[in-house]
Design a protein around this ligand. Structure first.
Ligand SMILES: *[C@@H]1O[C@H](CO)[C@@H](O)[C@H](O)[C@H]1NC(C)=O
Ligand SMILES: *[C@@H]1O[C@H](CO)[C@@H](O)[C@H](O)[C@H]1NC(C)=O
Ligand SMILES: *[C@@H]1O[C@H](CO)[C@@H](O)[C@H](O)[C@H]1NC(C)=O
Ligand SMILES: *[C@@H]1O[C@H](CO)[C@@H](O)[C@H](O)[C@H]1NC(C)=O
Ligand SMILES: *[C@@H]1O[C@H](CO)[C@@H](O)[C@H](O)[C@H]1NC(C)=O
Ligand SMILES: *[C@@H]1O[C@H](CO)[C@@H](O)[C@H](O)[C@H]1NC(C)=O
Ligand SMILES: *[C@@H]1O[C@H](CO)[C@@H](O)[C@H](O)[C@H]1NC(C)=O
Ligand SMILES: *[C@@H]1O[C@H](CO)[C@@H](O)[C@H](O)[C@H]1NC(C)=O
Ligand SMILES: *[C@@H]1O[C@H](CO)[C@@H](O)[C@H](O)[C@H]1NC(C)=O
Length: 857
């Protein structure tokens, strides 16, 4: 799944040459320690003059000079190889130091997830280098995909540089500090309290790489591929390649770039050369960069586009740099897609000329009980379930994701709104990004756009979310600057921002290319007054979308009474919540004061058909922001899918609208109510049919048709009697779909199933194991909360357990977990390098246990 010691073998000029570029994972074998109070004399303020030069490639103003003399920190024992770290934790990356808990970390609010993300963390590792790696004319880089936060890096006791923004990727040049033999790397991170509005994670939580190349090589993010004209017969492909010369030798360099189709599953070039750019030659002065430009025609291009009407085809451009005497000196792969995007004030988003309604969700970066530690399979599972629901777009709220997430989006055809900031110059919480704004925003914006610009999945840049400066003149100046940076680095996508307050007369509104509205488009809370018409009238040619919508809250499987008769209701009213347990009813109608039910959002989107679509808050639950229980609970209630990956009822409401071709009929609530016999218990149905009939113990409760502006069928006056309810949905008079709920007996056994029973033994791959508490007849017991113990044998381990309950304060690594609404989850990982059967067993007092076997190999 990840590439270790990747070595390209290039066929060039008839001779087989090994590309000198090598990208090696540095994920294994670190030592780590966290300190709740500062263990050293260091701080960002003390190190800043040495860290700012790390941003030089991404700023247009005067470059920072590294101060002369010995940089700070060399005297700190943790940067010295002689320090005995045998008592520190042995860890492999990606690593989130806070996720293991416990919950209730001092000074960390429920909004931040109650986990110990704050404090100072040190990571230490030895790297072996050959004399070949460090000889003159060679180059060594450290690539860190994300470090939370305020990273500073020492090699062999010397401060190299760093990067404060925890969500961005960065590169440091190790060449001047490296030596043959053992090299010692030490990384310091620091998370201030109150630095985030949600759970940010902590540590080296994404991949870390060592890059070895020649001094003359293609620069970081050093290519740009665009397709300015596209037809079925031919696409024009423009290529820019930045060649960087850190050498002193004098040789001319030649560049050849060839285009191949990309195999989505393997990520490799396949088949014959589809196009070849003209060979280019250049001489690059030492210590500088030069851009080589070229254009080629690609005939009969296979276009990239979102399913189901389009296919996400990809290409790869392989650029080979060579010198006459030395042969190949570098080789660099650029994946790209051939497609056009259009933004239309009336038709909405156009992909390859086809209007594509944006059926998007917002997601945070954490992966539930795995925390912020990035894992390709966990991210892929999130996307797979969103695709099943009919999602075609993702907003990476509110910051840059792991680079691999964009690879997945390219592969699956998911359109991405890439977002950079939650705050600009004005704070939301005391220690957030506003502290870095003046010195870092250009570098963070520019490097992110440069990193992602070749991904066909990126359809828009979001330069900010609900910024306190959105309505001020200063905010418009910032917005223009950020949008201009996106234009300079990319030039093919429009930019937007999530505006929750700003109106059409603000200066920022005039600046932004796409109008992104958070909540105000559907009308906030009980208000049905939409701002879409005033925006559309003010900017008839600008595309408008709901950049953040709904924020419906619910606890999976929890149904409370009475049920509001309204289509949308602010949480807090009768029947909406159980304050003692901190549960919100799952009739999927309740939301905070600024928000809306899915039904209301759908209605308003249909009222204003020029709106390009929406990004629902949120696709998946995430850690922190447990509105409406911000101080008590530890994870969100907003997700359509809960933190463990179990679908809430809303999943089928969205699926019915977004995938009308799928026969959906979904009933709620469950039908096991020992204390409700004779009481009114409303039954709601989500269906993609146009009519449905409800049966209660075989007796019809009537047939209902879907009406305009109605997105669910409601039988609100059903009297509960134990037994079975069945709904039969029809479409055009034909039977279309069916669903049923049966009254369950008491808990008797556990049903254990794995999402995948064969996984790779690369040490990263995961199997997600679901445990359902069932009665004797195999019916899931809907309110079961039995305590389940997990064990594992064979070459695997249980990484974490969860149940989707935002109030559960049992630490995620616990191998004992209570079921929530009948379900629990265990995440199992293979041990690197060992093959065989991993047996996962689940047991619970008084119940028949279950097990499942997963093959690792
Ligand atoms: C070519 O190889 C020689 C000998 O290894 C080396 O000194 C020189 O820097 C190389 N030139 C380039 C452009 O890599
Ligand atoms: C963090 O914010 C909380 C309130 O949200 C406040 O009580 C606390 O003093 C703050 N801590 C710091 C270090 O600012
Ligand atoms: C280039 O020359 C300078 C000055 O002679 C030397 O310090 C430096 O190490 C050389 N760089 C490389 C990459 O050979
Ligand atoms: C790299 O820079 C050096 C020093 O300016 C120059 O002599 C050499 O020609 C350059 N190499 C290439 C391949 O342009
Ligand atoms: C190469 O293309 C870039 C942008 O596409 C442009 O800014 C630059 O001037 C071009 N360089 C040359 C030498 O044509
Ligand atoms: C239903 O909506 C109306 C109009 O906004 C409001 O006055 C009423 O309180 C709502 N009822 C409930 C139960 O939420
Ligand atoms: C039913 O009511 C009894 C008595 O109030 C209570 O003990 C029991 O927990 C209730 N059962 C359920 C499933 O709510
Ligand atoms: C609800 O059902 C009861 C009993 O079946 C009936 O008396 C009542 O009129 C119904 N109410 C509504 C609003 O349909
Ligand atoms: C166990 O759960 C799986 C997944 O929901 C289901 O397909 C299967 O039928 C269940 N097995 C039994 C014996 O209930």
């Amino acid at each position: 799944m990840l590439l270790f010691g990747l070595l390209f073998v290039a066929v060039f000029g008839g001779a087989v040459a090994e590309s000198p570029r090598e990208r090696t994972s540095l994920n294994a074998g670190w030592r780590f320690s966290r300190f709740t109070s500062n263990p050293d004399s260091l701080s960002y303020a003390a190190l800043k003059q040495w860290i700012l030069p790390s941003s030089n490639d991404f700023i247009t103003r005067e470059k920072y000079q590294r101060p002369s003399g010995t940089p700070p920190g060399s005297d700190v024992e943790y940067v010295q190889s002689s320090f005995d770290d045998s008592e520190w934790d042995p860890v492999n990356l990606p690593h989130d130091w806070a996720i293991k808990g416990p919950f209730g970390a001092p000074g960390v609010s429920g909004s931040e997830g109650k986990l110990p993300y704050n404090g100072v963390g040190w990571y230490r590792k030895t790297i072996a280098l050959e004399s070949e790696d460090v000889k003159s004319g060679k180059q060594l880089y450290l690539d860190i995909d994300g470090a939370m936060s305020y990273a500073s890096v020492w090699l062999n006791g010397i401060l190299v540089g760093g990067w404060p923004y925890g969500y961005n990727s960065f590169r440091l040049d190790l060449t001047p500090y490296a030596k043959s033999g053992k090299n010692f790397l030490a990384i310091r991170l620091e998370n201030a309290p109150n630095s985030s509005r949600w759970y940010p994670g902590a540590g080296l939580y994404r991949n870390v790489w060592l890059i070895k190349s020649n001094a003359i090589h293609i620069a970081q993010y050093g290519t740009k591929v665009t397709t300015p004209s596209v037809s079925a017969e031919q696409a024009t492909v423009d290529l820019n390649v930045i060649v960087e010369n850190n050498s002193n030798s004098s040789k001319k360099v030649d560049l050849i770039t060839e285009i191949y189709e990309l195999d989505a599953a393997t990520g490799k070039a396949v088949g014959s050369t589809k196009a070849r750019f003209d060979s280019l030659s250049i001489s690059v002065a030492g210590g500088t960069k030069q851009v080589l430009n070229s254009t080629v025609a690609l005939t009969n291009p296979k276009l990239w586009g979102p399913p189901p009407t389009q296919t996400p085809n990809q290409y790869v451009a392989i650029s080979t740099l060579s010198t006459g005497a030395n042969g190949t000196v570098d080789q660099y792969e650029t994946r790209f897609g051939v497609r056009t995007i259009g933004y239309d004030g009336t038709k909405g988003l156009l992909v390859n000329g086809e209007p594509v309604y944006v059926q998007g969700v917002c997601n945070h970066h954490d992966l539930g009980s795995l925390g912020a530690a990035f894992n390709v399979r966990a991210a892929e599972r999130q996307l797979e379930m969103l695709l099943e629901m009919g999602t075609n777009a993702l907003r990476t709220s509110h910051n840059m994701p792991a680079p691999e997430l964009l690879d997945l989006a390219d592969r699956y055809g998911i359109m991405v709104m890439g977002e950079t900031f939650d705050t600009w110059k004005t704070q939301k919480v005391v220690n957030d990004y506003h502290l870095l704004w003046d010195e870092w925003h250009e570098a963070d914006m520019r490097s992110y756009v440069r990193r992602e610009r070749n991904h066909p999945s990126i359809i828009a840049w979001s330069i900010g979310n609900e910024m306190p400066d959105q309505s001020s003149a200063a905010g418009a100046t910032i917005g223009k600057e950020l949008q201009d940076i996106a234009r300079q680095e990319d030039g093919t996508r429009q930019s937007t921002a999530g505006l929750n307050n700003a109106g059409p007369t603000t200066e920022l509104a005039k600046v932004l290319e796409i109008i992104g509205l958070n909540y105000q488009g559907e009308g906030k809370g009980n208000s049905w007054t939409s701002t879409y018409p005033t925006w559309h009238n003010a900017f008839p040619n600008k595309m408008i979308w709901g950049s953040e919508t709904a924020s419906t809250v619910s606890s999976r499987g929890t149904y409370l009474f009475p049920v509001t008769p309204n289509k949308t209701a602010i949480v807090g009213g009768a029947g909406s919540e159980d304050n003692a347990k901190q549960y919100v009813s799952s009739y999927e109608l309740y939301h905070p004061s600024w928000a809306a039910s899915p039904d209301k959002v759908f209605e308003q989107q249909d009222n204003f058909p020029y709106v390009a679509g929406e990004f629902v808050w949120t696709g998946w639950d995430y850690i922190g922001e447990p509105t409406p229980y911000d101080t008590q609970s530890r994870s969100s209630y907003f997700g359509i899918i809960d933190l463990a990956g179990f679908k809430k009822d809303r999943f089928w409401l969205y699926q019915a609208r977004w995938r009308p071709e799928v026969p959906v009929a979904h009933l709620l609530p469950h039908w096991t109510w020992p204390n409700r016999t004779g009481q009114v218990t409303p039954v709601h149905v989500f269906t993609s049919g146009d009519e449905a009939e409800l049966f209660i113990n075989g007796k019809s409760a009537g047939r209902k048709k879907t009406e305009k502006s109605s997105y669910r069928l409601r039988w609100d006056n059903v009297t509960y009697t134990p037994g079975e309810i069945i709904v039969v949905a029809y479409k055009n008079g034909e039977k279309w779909a069916e669903d049923a709920r049966k009254t369950a007996g008491s808990a008797a056994k556990l049903n254990v199933t794995a999402d995948r029973t064969t996984i790779s033994n690369d040490g990263y791959d995961l199997s997600f194991i679901t445990i359902a508490v069932q009665d004797e007849d195999g019916e899931v017991v809907p309110e079961a909360s039995n305590s389940i113990s997990f064990s594992v044998s064979g070459p695997g381990e249980i990484v974490s357990t969860d149940n989707g309950d935002p109030t559960d304060m049992v630490a995620f690594p616990s191998t004992t977990r209570k079921a929530f609404s009948g379900l629990a989850l265990a995440i199992v990982r293979s041990k690197p390098g060992s093959s065989g059967s991993i047996k996962v067993s689940a047991s619970s007092n008084g119940l028949t246990g279950g097990e499942v076997t997963v093959q690792a190999g």
